[in-house]
Design a protein around this ligand. Structure first.
Ligand SMILES: Nc1ncnc2c1ncn2[C@@H]1O[C@H](COP(=O)(O)OP(=O)(O)O)[C@@H](O)[C@H]1O
Ligand SMILES: [Mg+2]
Length: 215
């Protein structure tokens, strides 16, 4: 995946000032930066949830920002997995149904029961979100993002509501998608303890992305 000159302004304020980035298959990249520096904005742009003012996003030989609305919808469903800062589960669906809802039709690439087992959720399959803890909800959201084995996995502070052990499990699962299946993973995190599993850590500051001097 290649980003070229991504620029974004909000309310007259420049937030992203020409982001260039190449992410190779198999790479897991950590993104850090001060609050308000535009990390979530950048991830939403990569997830085709927000359009930048200018820039190009190339994935698997296609330029995504030029795609039609319908193509973008299919890309979001099949090629991009997104873990939001909040879990955003459907309140009236059980854990198992949350995954079935987004499962790609013919070839589900991951077994949902296995995935939920790895995330320690086997005993929660038939529960509604209101009966889950915050950490369990977040792990369901991670499973939902992984279920179609997307080319691009984007996670916005996926471990924020998790204890260390569960946070670590989530990070290792994301990294495994990159390493074992040649996917590309971008993770925003404030949690220093989660960054050592990433291949690279980038700092977003003053609208620019650069290698973090501390990692
Ligand atoms: N929809 C929005 N409403 C209010 N502020 C926004 C919105 N979108 C972007 N911003 C502003 O853009 C800047 C970057 O926000 P964000 O991407 O959420 O930063 P981060 O995730 O690094 O904390 C902030 O200054 C924020 O106030
Ligand atoms: Mg944010």
């Amino acid at each position: 995946m290649k980003l070229t000159n991504i620029c974004h302004t909000y309310d007259g304020q420049p937030i992203l000032r020409g982001i260039d980035l190449q992410v190779d298959p198999g790479e897991c990249i950590g993104i850090i930066g001060p609050s308000g520096s535009g990390k979530s904005t950048l991830l939403q742009i990569l997830g085709l949830l927000k359009r930048p003012d200018v820039g190009l996003i190339e994935l698997e030989g296609r330029e995504l920002l030029a795609a039609s609305e319908e193509e973008r919808r299919l890309l979001r469903l099949n090629e991009i997995g997104f873990v939001f800062q909040q879990a955003h589960l459907v309140p009236y669906l059980t854990v198992r149904e949350q995954l079935e809802l987004v499962q790609a039709e013919s070839e589900s690439k991951q077994d949902p029961l296995h995935l939920l087992d790895v995330l320690g959720l086997s005993h929660r399959l038939n529960q509604l979100p209101k009966h889950l803890s915050g950490g369990e909800r977040q792990r369901v959201a991670v499973a939902r993002a992984l279920i179609n084995r997307p080319q691009l996995l984007l996670a916005d502070e996926p471990t924020a509501s998790l204890d260390f052990e569960n946070g670590r499990r989530v990070m290792e699962l994301l990294v495994a998608e990159a390493r074992n299946h040649g996917r590309r993973v971008l993770v925003i995190t404030h949690d220093e303890r989660m960054l050592d599993v990433c291949d690279r850590v980038l700092l977003l500051q003053d609208g620019q992305l650069q290698p973090s001097p501390r990692h």
